[in-house]
Design a protein around this ligand. Structure first.
Ligand SMILES: [Ca+2]
Ligand SMILES: [Ca+2]
Ligand SMILES: [Ca+2]
Ligand SMILES: [Ca+2]
Length: 144
């Protein structure tokens, strides 16, 4: 009886050991597969150049775009300034204060919403494949 329990214990440990090795190999493989890829979309927005775009970088990038297209630098985007970036419908949805312009907080709220929509894997970053998705492109439209 005692012997068989010991044998069973040894067998279990052996099983765990094998399992452990496989897990480690799998994790290593997964890690190398996840090595940051660079693409033009990332290069344009990834401030720390780690191959991934986090929300802080996304907002910084969207802020740059805001300043660039705010031609008269009044801190507001009028219809002429956001033209080509937002459709009329998108403008209305992004303009809860119902004035005629998009202010920076509204622009950033939109950027954050689009960032999250483009991140189906729910981690804290957008990667190349996500930026190249339809929702990723919607995000880039206002952040690059
Ligand atoms: Ca980054
Ligand atoms: Ca303006
Ligand atoms: Ca507004
Ligand atoms: Ca992601």
């Amino acid at each position: 009886m005692k012997t068989s329990i010991l044998a069973l214990t040894i067998a279990m440990f052996a099983g765990f050991a094998t399992y452990g090795i496989t897990e480690n190999a799998f994790a290593a493989e997964k890690k190398s597969a996840k090595a940051p890829k660079l693409c033009a979309e990332i290069k344009a927005t990834d401030d720390d150049a780690d191959g991934e775009l986090d929300l802080a970088e996304a907002k910084a990038s969207a802020t740059k775009v805001f300043k660039k297209i705010d031609k008269n630098a009044d801190g507001k985007l009028d219809a002429k300034e956001y033209k080509g970036r937002l459709t009329k419908k998108e403008f209305e949805a992004a303009n809860p204060d119902k004035d005629k312009t998009i202010e920076l907080p509204e622009w950033l709220a939109l950027a954050e919403a689009r960032f999250k929509a483009a991140n189906p894997d729910g981690d804290v970053t957008l990667e190349c494949d996500e930026l190249n998705s339809k929702k990723g492109k919607a995000f880039l439209k206002i952040a690059r």
